[in-house]
Write a protein that binds this ligand. Structure first.
Ligand SMILES: [Zn+2]
Length: 352
């Protein structure tokens, strides 16, 4: 049965006129209409005083690694490869040995819950697409069509990984996750391997020079920015304004092994750098992330799109919802809908 949300502050993309108080109708499969009154038979909810944001897109996570403590073995790294080598050395020590024995479906579920709890409804997982992540009823939507390589350091056959990627799917790789000369050379190396193209999604890019950033954009590639993980491991983060201006920037949380927390923490870390406008940051977790990941029906609350969204208080109508996004706290997330049904709702709240 269709549902109509009336009097809601619907947070639309800037090119559709931006946020406005209107009516959103949806059923379990699609958004049916925007700006049209409820029809007879609709379930109607009056959301006066509430904002409806599109479900956020987390463009980088390792869903099975979110039950580990945030970990580093040195105060600062020149390159994340060194962190990776350090981590491999402690896998059989506690607490990692026990945490690795947690069943995979539970590991993945914890990653899903971290995401949905922060308003995320779509995640680009980096690692094999484990069986629980292929389940349609998994906590959040997980990007199903993608290719990936861990990094130039840890992947033996990078060109093979690129070539095996399904046509029209994004290809993800951790790149230039460092401040040293190895990181500084990685974009050239990727280009020499003929893996820098319009479906290439670079993750981190901290070590990219200005010339590298131009070259990546010329190739049509994009960047996933994970500022809190970068600050934790490397003491600095990427320069992202050119990618945002080109619509080729997305935000990713990375896993809790290195990140500050969830998407709300990541949005705050991103906003703190003052590299982007509030509108650009909103795009980086909605429409621009969808374009980068080649997803055509998520990231905006428009007719035909999937009914994925979250609800927060909008008790001060003068506040710009783009500005408000990185200010949100966990307690502001009232309910999160995936496929038109609540996947998370606050106990005793609006949707109980
Ligand atoms: Zn990662």
């Amino acid at each position: 049965m269709p549902t109509a949300l009336v009097n809601a502050l619907v947070v639309l993309p800037p090119e559709i006129g931006g946020p406005r108080i209107t009516t959103l109708r949806f059923d379990s499969s699609r958004i049916l209409s925007l700006d049209k009154p409820p029809r007879r038979g609709d379930v109607v909810h009056d959301l006066r005083g509430w904002a409806v944001y599109p479900g956020l897109i987390n463009a980088h996570d390792h869903l099975e690694l979110n039950h580990y403590p945030r970990t580093r073995f040195r105060p600062v790294y020149g390159n994340a490869h060194q962190w990776g080598e350090d981590f491999l050395r402690v896998l059989d020590e506690e607490p990692f040995a026990s945490l690795r024995r947690v069943p995979l479906d539970q590991q993945c579920r914890m990653g899903g819950i971290k995401n949905v709890r922060s308003g995320v409804t779509t995640v680009a997982h980096h690692n094999p697409l484990h069986r629980p992540l292929r389940d349609r009823n998994f906590v959040v939507r997980v990007v199903q069509r993608y290719g990936w390589a861990h990094s130039l350091h840890f992947e033996k056959d990078v060109p093979g990984s690129y070539r095996r990627t399904p046509r029209g799917a994004p290809w993800l790789i951790h790149l230039a996750e460092g401040t040293d000369e190895i990181a500084a050379d990685e974009l050239h190396q990727l280009d020499r391997l003929n893996c820098l193209h319009s479906n290439t999604v670079l993750i981190h890019g901290v070590g990219l020079s200005e010339a590298d950033r131009k070259q990546a954009l010329m190739a049509g590639a994009g960047l996933v920015w994970c500022p809190s993980s970068n600050f934790y491991l490397l003491g600095r983060t990427a320069t992202v304004a050119e990618f945002a201006a080109a619509g080729r920037l997305a935000l990713g949380t990375d896993s809790r092994l290195t990140a500050d927390g969830d998407m709300l923490d990541e949005l705050r870390a991103a906003a703190t750098t003052s590299q982007l406008s509030h509108e650009q940051l909103f795009r980086a977790v909605t429409t621009d992330a969808a374009n980068l990941l080649r997803l055509h029906d998520v990231g905006a609350l428009l007719p035909g799109y999937l009914p994925d969204f979250f609800i927060t208080p909008a008790d001060r109508p003068a506040v710009d919802p783009y500005w408000a996004l990185p200010q949100l706290r966990p307690e502001d997330i009232e309910a999160v809908f995936v496929g038109g049904a609540p996947r998370f709702k606050r106990t005793g709240g609006l949707w109980d």
